[in-house]
Design a protein around this ligand. Structure first.
Ligand SMILES: Nc1ncnc2c1ncn2[C@@H]1O[C@H](COP(=O)(O)OP(=O)(O)OP(=O)(O)O)[C@@H](O)[C@H]1O
Length: 299
């Protein structure tokens, strides 16, 4: 395991915001650390980076205990929390050169990093003129300069447009597949994490609700087929008679568990042939809130 915590807890005054977390982050994984705002993600990340002193419990990174091996461990971690520290009056390349000098890293690595995060074309532009997505990618390039084995990113896609999100996602996948990194990334968006993560940990109110591989997660976050019809009761009866498990019925719509696109076509045909007008039929992914409900139920 690249990160392993045991009974990790933290309190601000009398408010316990991280409760006995046991994180298990495998080598080479993209570990999505998911939870709604205020769940305790940033506090946990700050402890992993030794920016907050561990409350209770212990943290092992690369199988070494953090407190007693701080310098050796932190050298191998690149991180991005909140906004990256970027000088707006300098170009992307100058920002990287500046940091490279401080770290004693070879200048050649600067151009390598610019290429890796796809900023070569904007290398000489002042970062004050960068889009938010470009700034985040520059932040990741800065974090990667010293060639760390582990990258810890706190909500790096916050506020990005869909294109910006896709670019970050592709970059992180490349980093793990081609550059042998392990990525720990926090987010409050399930759909975003599901598309890139190999492993997930889901927390709420500081407590771990679920931890496992993305396949384990998908087994409990099964999507639904959402159907809008002119007569949901007739539709529900018809579907039940034909062996479908109707999950939910209300005045305008009903849902059944999704199994395949083909099955959606069959359902559509069945309803239409039996005089039920289908206004809409689509696959509906569960959001974090619905997932919490299914996790709590299955527990
Ligand atoms: N410096 C602080 N002093 C007191 N309470 C704090 C402090 N920092 C965070 N908290 C509280 O700790 C809890 C967890 O916050 P944290 O920032 O770790 O959550 P988060 O999951 O990262 O959420 P967000 O995505 O909103 O940052 C929240 O209730 C927050 O109000």
């Amino acid at each position: 395991m690249v990160i392993r915590t045991e009974g990790l807890s933290y309190s601000f005054g009398s408010q316990q915001v991280v409760k006995s977390l046991s994180l298990q982050v495998p080598q080479g994984s993209i570990y999505g650390f998911l939870g709604p705002n205020g769940a305790g993600k940033t506090t946990t990340i700050k402890m992993l980076l030794n920016l907050l002193k561990t409350g209770e419990g212990s943290i092992f990174v690369f199988d070494k205990e953090l407190q007693t091996n701080r310098i050796a461990i932190l050298k191998e971690i690149g991180s991005l929390i909140e906004q990256p520290a970027i000088y707006a009056h300098m170009s992307g390349r100058e920002n990287l050169l500046n940091r490279a000098m401080l770290l004693g890293v070879n200048d050649a690595r600067v151009d390598e990093m610019l290429a890796l995060v796809k900023l070569s074309n904007a290398a000489h532009k002042k970062t004050g003129q960068y889009s938010l997505g470009m700034k985040q990618r520059l932040g990741i390039a800065l974090a990667l300069l010293s060639d760390p084995k582990l990258l810890i990113l706190d909500e790096p896609t916050n506020g990005l447009d869909p294109n910006g999100i896709i670019e970050i996602r592709e970059l992180l996948v490349r980093l793990t597949r081609e550059h042998d990194k392990t990525v720990f990334i926090s987010s409050h968006l399930l759909a975003e994490i599901e598309r890139m993560a190999t492993h997930v940990g889901i927390i709420n109110h500081g407590e771990m609700l679920f931890q496992g591989s993305i396949d384990d997660l998908q087994a409990i976050s099964q999507p639904l087929v959402y159907i809008e019809t002119d007569n949901t009761v007739d539709a529900a009866n018809l579907l039940t008679r034909n062996g479908y498990e109707v999950a939910d019925v209300n005045n305008d719509s009903l849902t059944v568990p999704f199994t395949s696109k083909k099955q959606m076509g069959v359902i559509n045909g069945l309803l239409n042939q039996n005089g039920v007008t289908v206004f809409a039929i689509n696959k509906q992914q569960k959001d974090l809130e619905n997932l919490f409900l299914s996790i709590t139920k299955s527990n």
